[in-house]
Design a protein around this ligand. Sequence first.
Ligand code: NAI
Ligand code: MG
Length: 353
Amino acid sequence: MTEQHHRIALIPGDGIGAEVVPAARRVLDAVSERHGIGLTYTELDWSCERYLNEGAMMPDDGLERLGEHDAILLGAVGYPGVPDHVSLWGLLIPIRRHFRQYVNLRPIRVFEGVPSPLRDAAPGEVDFVIVRENVEGEYSQIGGRLHQGFPEEIAVQEAVFTRAGVTRILDYAFGLAARRGGYLTSATKSNGIVHTMPFWDELVAERAAVHPGVSWDQEHIDALAAKFVLQPARFDVVVGSNLFGDILSDLAAAVAGSIGIAPSANLNPERDFPSMFEPVHGSAPDIAGRGVANPLGTIWSAALMLDHLGHARAAADITDAITAVLAKSTVRTPDLGGSATTDEFTAALVETL
Ligand code: NAI
Ligand code: MG
């Protein structure tokens, strides 16, 4: 097998980020050796701690330095004492936008051995992916506030939907559905939001015509939220705008039973820039430093990274090992009802691999 080399930027970040990223690296080392994949790492200390010491989450040339890598694996950023908008807008959002990571991909699975809070969410049956638009839509900097403090004070926030931006996220989602179960659901609200959402719906119908192998439907976001709870097994690929995708993906992670397992990928599908892979959870200051964080969200994110880098078999080895260790072993971290440390859980996973 010819060895392929990839340069990976590691940003452990804050809190449990520094505990789960080394766990993911252990798993990556094991699987990459078996599959003849060469990974070299650049470890970066960009974090709230850096912000407190040096006044910025990352150095001035941070984006440039990241641009020299093939992918970014991030733990989590955020810590008490530093406002959350500083850590978000000082690191994560610049990375997502600068590198045109316009797809936010969030797989959801109910695993055997991880009870869902929903009575009817059977293991193995709930298995879908949320595709969230990641760079435009409702999260725009366009808008402002006038007459602050006066009775006539107003706040305006513009939602931005472009034909190019909506088309590319829909094409990604339809393409993913074609490779999975062939079924796409679009999140809309065209009854209440009368300009941007009918535009979204029109483009969904337009792109559906280009992907005839995929069956599709659309649901208003409120009804869709209810269906996530009532019939989570019916979904395959769910596509939504930035805000809708954000809310749905936390709901879906809760349906799956633990935020500690949920992974995400911020993808630049054209591969003009590095993509970024990170667990859905944050830095968990309440358990940080105790070595008991669940590493699976980061490990599954690392599997998404290998898949994106062209190593589908190696990625499947990791997700198979996650499935097996949850189903067949009682070793697990406290969030899943066990008493294992991050290291012990990671060791059990590497053993299964
Ligand atoms: P959080 O996800 O850090 O924690 C929520 C709860 O889930 C906590 O009780 C925590 O102990 C638990 N938890 C989370 N991940 C876990 C894991 N791997 N294993 C076991 N238990 C886990 O969310 P929270 O508390 O709202 O935010 C804490 C900080 O993280 C904030 O500063 C926030 O801004 C930041 N954050 C950063 C994100 C990122 O870097 N992408 C995403 C979400 C939050
Ligand atoms: Mg969110």
